[in-house]
Ligand binder design. Structure first.
Ligand SMILES: C[S@@+](CC[C@H](N)C(=O)[O-])C[C@H]1O[C@@H](n2cnc3c(N)ncnc32)[C@H](O)[C@@H]1O
Ligand SMILES: [Zn+2]
Length: 291
């Protein structure tokens, strides 16, 4: 049992029956007896057994992401998130990072919040193995965000979604009153210099509007900041960047390697994202009367 999992267990709930969980040696157990083993790599899979069409990032994608982020190329994004949490999250910081990947951003946010506790959630086991080592105060959980979050109602003060899925109804449920939801999305300029030469997937120009629309009715925007900066990337770093992103799922890999080979020794590439803060809006109570 990792220290992080035993501290975060109060934030979690059983994915089968929604009861609270307790930590017992190498497993988490709910009051109705559903039991979830803690893998020897330190993560716990809180799955219902229903089939998951999405498998998440592969080992190769997770390794590429780890290398690229460790080189510090996206540091300004991590710094922006850490600043927001210090400024607005209040205390105690209880952060849920959905689609947390390697835990790079969760690690930075927890470093900025000395008493904070984090849960990194990802549907990918290779990501969860990295997540379990991301920070001593971050628990690693395998779950499919689209099947419901194995997190108690109102348990967290910040939810992060960084280039990751957003399940609005579930996020609203797990946020404490007044707590914030922070979303990082690429703009149409993100990696713009590489899109044509490498035949990459272009970011939808209407993504911002679609983001707001997908959250409308449950969340209101309370702040938005553009984070845009230049990166100088060597050819092998471009290959790593391509390998960790959505383009890794598309196109012919050998053709892509050829295209990367034809780039110059270094490329100037723009990173451009929006960091948007939302607050849940009150939902009208659903009638639950029985006659
Ligand atoms: C583009 S990566 C971003 C990872 C991390 N937030 C970062 O920026 O470094 C998207 C992540 O979401 C995860 N993911 C995809 N579908 C998911 C789902 N349904 N539930 C939970 N995680 C999911 C993937 O496995 C992957 O780690
Ligand atoms: Zn249960």
């Amino acid at each position: 049992m990792t220290v992080a999992l035993s501290s975060a267990v109060d934030l979690l709930r059983c994915p089968v029956c929604s009861e609270s969980l307790t930590a017992q040696e190498q497993r988490l157990l709910c009051a109705r007896g559903h039991s979830f083993d803690i893998a020897k790599q330190g993560y716990v899979a809180l799955l219902t057994g229903r089939s998951t069409p999405m498998v998440g990032d592969t080992v190769a994608m997770v390794d590429a992401r780890q290398r690229f982020l460790a080189a510090g190329h996206y540091e300004p994004i991590a710094a922006a998130l850490a600043e927001l949490v210090v400024e607005y999250a209040g205390t105690p910081v209880r952060v849920l990072d959905i689609g947390a990947g390697t835990g790079y951003y969760l690690n930075r946010v927890l470093d900025a919040a000395p008493d904070g506790i984090g849960v990194g959630l990802d549907v990918s086991k290779p990501a969860a193995r990295r997540l379990a080592r991301a920070h001593p105060r971050a628990a690693a959980v395998v779950a499919d965000a689209w099947q419901g979050l194995p997190v108690r109602d109102g348990a967290v003060s910040v939810v992060l979604s960084v280039f990751a899925p957003r399940n609005a109804a579930e996020i609203a449920r797990v946020l404490a009153p007044g707590a914030m939801f922070v979303v990082v999305t690429p703009t149409a300029r993100h990696l713009g210099e590489l899109i044509e030469p490498l035949e990459m997937v272009r970011v939808d120009e209407h993504k911002e509007r679609r983001l707001d629309e997908s959250l409308a009715g449950r969340f209101e925007q309370i702040g938005r900041r553009a984070v845009e900066f230049p990166m100088t990337l060597r050819r092998n770093e471009v290959a790593t960047l391509v390998g960790m992103g959505p383009s890794a799922h598309h196109g012919d890999p050998s053709r892509r390697s050829g295209l990367i080979e034809s780039l110059g020794e270094t490329s100037q590439v723009t990173a451009s994202v929006l960091v948007t803060r939302y607050r849940a809006v009150d939902q009208p109570c659903l009638a639950t009367t029985s006659e």
